[in-house]
Design a binder for this molecule. Structure first.
Ligand SMILES: [Zn+2]
Length: 305
């Protein structure tokens, strides 16, 4: 086998394993952060029998598969959500590696610290966004303890590491890079804030939570304002099928005279923003070159004429 391909396979496998392990940690965070519990202590326990989960059963993805989704001590079913989150994060980490290191490398690719740092930068954003996704889907909140440190990391890493942000958010100096991050944070967060106020005024109820504002500000600080604004336009496309099916369920329940649960009325927006941002991050080279650049050009023409 070609040694370069072999090297990519080995490193890719390692990144998949790291992704699955971080996915496992994200499961713990999503469960504990909303209750302000420590994410490192105590160790994971079965929510039913409270027995500590043995380290051999705590292996990401495989632990759940070997146990056939049941607690070893009491046999209660363990949600398939855990291995799904672990596998999803592992696949996303691998995709970020492929995009940033294998397909569109900086300089010397895998041997170039620029490529590696750019990969890690995007993987940090994925980890933060997946955690926000889960908490928002569960409780319709996005804690500041995720988005505020996220903004700081996005600003700091984006400033210190040259060329870490995607085109057209590159910068030639540290000051420019800080400006790009700050602009991304303010414009992206500000856009959601504005829409939240206007929509709230028209609908006379809360359309989006403030958590969506901070989530988007974090995304903007990492990726720049263009990717942030596009995220806001792309998010609803992911939300549409779900909102439509929720509406159908609600009306069929009404029609059948079944009770409507609180869940039928809930519609967190954060998860769709996260899906939009992840799609943009992974497909950015094609999206920006394909229609992203044109989108902003047309918008500019529209408003300047
Ligand atoms: Zn148990």
């Amino acid at each position: 086998m070609n040694p370069v391909v072999l090297l990519y396979l080995i490193v890719g496998t390692g990144i998949f394993v790291i992704g699955a392990t971080i996915g496992s940690f994200i499961n713990v965070c999503a469960y504990r952060i909303p209750w302000q519990k420590s994410v490192i202590w105590p160790e994971s326990r079965c929510p039913n029998c409270l027995n500590a989960i043995a380290s051999r059963d705590n292996i990401p993805i495989l632990g759940w598969v070997f146990l056939k989704g049941k607690c070893r001590s009491c046999g209660v079913e363990i949600s398939s959500r855990y291995p799904i989150v672990e596998a999803t994060v592992a696949i996303l980490f691998l995709a970020v590696f492929l995009v940033n290191v294998v397909i569109h490398p900086v300089g010397f690719g895998m041997l170039d610290p620029g490529s590696i740092l750019r990969m890690i930068y995007h993987q940090i954003l994925i980890a933060l966004m997946v955690t926000a996704f889960l908490i928002d889907a569960d409780l319709q909140i996005i804690p500041d303890s995720i988005t505020v440190p996220g903004m700081i990391i996005g600003l700091a890493m984006g400033t210190i590491v040259k060329g870490i942000r995607p085109e057209p958010s590159g910068a030639n100096s540290i000051f420019e890079a800080f400006g790009v991050g700050l602009l991304g944070l303010v414009v992206t967060g500000g856009l959601v804030w504005l829409v939240r106020i206007v929509a709230g005024f028209i609908a006379r109820r809360e359309a989006m939570g403030f958590g969506d504002v901070t989530l988007m500000a974090m995304i903007g600080s990492f990726l720049g304002w263009q990717a942030g604004v596009l995220t806001f336009f792309l998010g609803p496309f992911f939300g549409l099928p779900v909102s439509f099916s929720k509406l159908m369920i609600k009306y069929s329940k009404k029609w059948l005279g079944l009770p409507i649960s609180a869940r039928d009325n809930e519609l967190p927006f954060g998860p769709y923003l996260v899906m939009g941002a992840i799609t943009l991050m992974i497909g950015w080279h094609h999206i920006w070159g394909g229609w992203g650049k044109k989108f902003f050009h047309d918008l500019y023409v529209l408003f300047s004429s």
